[in-house]
Design a protein around this ligand. Structure first.
Ligand code: VJV
Ligand code: CA
Ligand code: ZN
Length: 397
């Protein structure tokens, strides 16, 4: 139905792997890799794949994962199964409700499920491949919707994340690029990426997130957390945190995003950008608390793209699968320059069309009218912008 041609003057690559889609964290666990199947269904049904170089990615090797993660942790992920976990760690069998999260962060949020290592190595392999396409100048924009698992630490799983594909991808970019800007619009703080590059000025991390210490996961990322405090540490001021309250809307978010990102790019002059597009910042997300619509979320992608800097785009959170798929399909269309030509009515013939019926068979249902009132005042937003401007003044040449 839609005639979609390759973008003029730049190349987009799409990295995906069906091996990631078919894993299950558990029946009622909020993380559903199936959302990737829905995303792919939209991308293919709209014909967007014809505008991109499409790669079925390969699993990351153990050495590649160990470029960031501790060997013992990689080994643990490689051998642990739901069957042997209690034999390996009898102390975990504490009671009927299962294990406590003391061994490498596993527990309710990060369960040990069948095929865990296959899942992790495949989403990480896709981000590493995508980063290498940028380094080799074979792509200008590389997309991995299965990546973006920003909470994983060197030797610890956290917040549904086991292997930090973003850190691994940035390490690839740093082989060639002097300065990488990381931008994270997931509703949660990008703590794992921030921690990994806390003490360097070669990666600048910017996360927008709901912040309510002790209440909202992971509880880090206040405005004044801007890098190491010691004046001799090169990372000082190279972290930007944008803490938000419930219910932020498209207008407030766009205003804030543009007024943080534009001066950051002007001052920092990144040679590559990694954009984490966690879709749990949309309205109606099962875990989130913001009020963004698909277009409001996508505006961030358009804005970053407008700087024409090589870009790695990854997924992240997103717990209402059909809306995650809508957002990432729309963002794919933005990245290939087809967002103006795409028919908002979902294709007549597509797999899983029924999954989208609830909000209507459109790419752009209204997601802003829900129970979350906007608790971010104009003054809150202006205060954040002033703080960021002041922070950037310290890193100007
Ligand atoms: O808030 C937490 C930690 C607890 C302890 C564990 N219980 C289950 C929940 C509270 C303090 N964890 C967060 C983690 C959010 C991770 C977000 C990841 C991303 O989007 O940023 C990137 C991919 C949390 N919020 C909600 C849940 N966990 C949650 C976990 C479940 C669950 C329901 C809610 C795990 C299993 C099951 N239900 C069955
Ligand atoms: Ca974030
Ligand atoms: Zn999240």
């Amino acid at each position: 139905e839609n005639e979609i041609s390759r973008p003029k003057g730049y190349t987009v690559s799409w990295h995906h792997n069906p091996a990631v889609e078919n894993h299950h964290f558990g029946q009622t666990h909020p993380m559903k890799p199936w959302r990737l199947t829905l995303t792919k269904s939209l991308v293919l049904s709209y014909g967007m794949h014809t505008a991109m170089d499409t790669y079925i990615s390969r699993p990351a090797s153990r050495d590649e994962i160990a470029e960031f993660h501790k060997d013992e942790y990689v080994e643990f992920l490689n051998v642990v199964t739901p069957q042997n976990i209690y034999e390996m760690y009898p102390e975990l069998a504490t009671g009927p409700q299962g294990y406590t999260s003391s061994i490498f962060g596993v527990g309710e949020d990060c369960p040990i499920f069948d095929g865990l290592y296959d899942f992790c190595s495949n989403y990480a392999g896709a981000s590493i491949d995508a980063a290498r396409k940028l380094v080799n100048h074979q792509s200008d924009i590389a997309i991995n919707w299965s990546g973006g698992l920003h909470h994983a630490k060197k030797a610890e799983a956290s917040g549904f994340c086991y292997v930090n594909d973003i850190v691994l991808a940035i390490l690839q970019l740093l082989r060639y690029h002097p300065r990488v800007l990381y931008i994270d619009i997931d509703v949660h703080h990008g703590d794992g990426v921030e921690q990994a590059f806390w003490s360097t000025d070669r990666v600048m991390c910017v996360s927008f997130h709901k912040y309510d210490k002790e209440v909202f996961f992971p509880g880090t990322g206040p405005l004044d957390s801007t890098g190491p405090l010691h004046p001799d540490n090169p990372g000082k001021n190279y972290t930007i945190n944008v803490p938000l309250n419930d219910g932020i809307d498209d207008e407030g978010y766009a205003y804030l995003f543009q007024n943080v990102i534009e001066p950051t790019i002007k001052v920092y002059r990144p040679t590559a950008i990694v954009l984490q597009c966690g879709a749990d910042s949309l309205g109606h997300d099962r875990l989130g608390c913001f009020n963004l619509n698909i277009r409001g979320h996508g505006n961030c992608v358009s804005f970053v793209k407008s700087f024409h800097i090589p870009m790695l785009v990854v997924g992240g959170g997103g717990y209402t699968p059909r809306n995650v798929a809508r957002a990432w399909a729309h963002e794919t269309s933005i990245l290939i320059g087809a967002d103006k030509t795409l028919n908002p009515a979902l294709p007549e013939h597509m797999p899983y069309r029924e999954a989208f019926r609830r909000e209507g068979l459109t790419l752009f249902p209204n997601l802003s009218g829900w129970r979350k009132e906007n608790m971010n005042t104009r003054a809150d937003i202006e205060r954040i912008i002033r703080h960021v401007r002041e922070q950037l003044s310290y890193i100007r040449g």
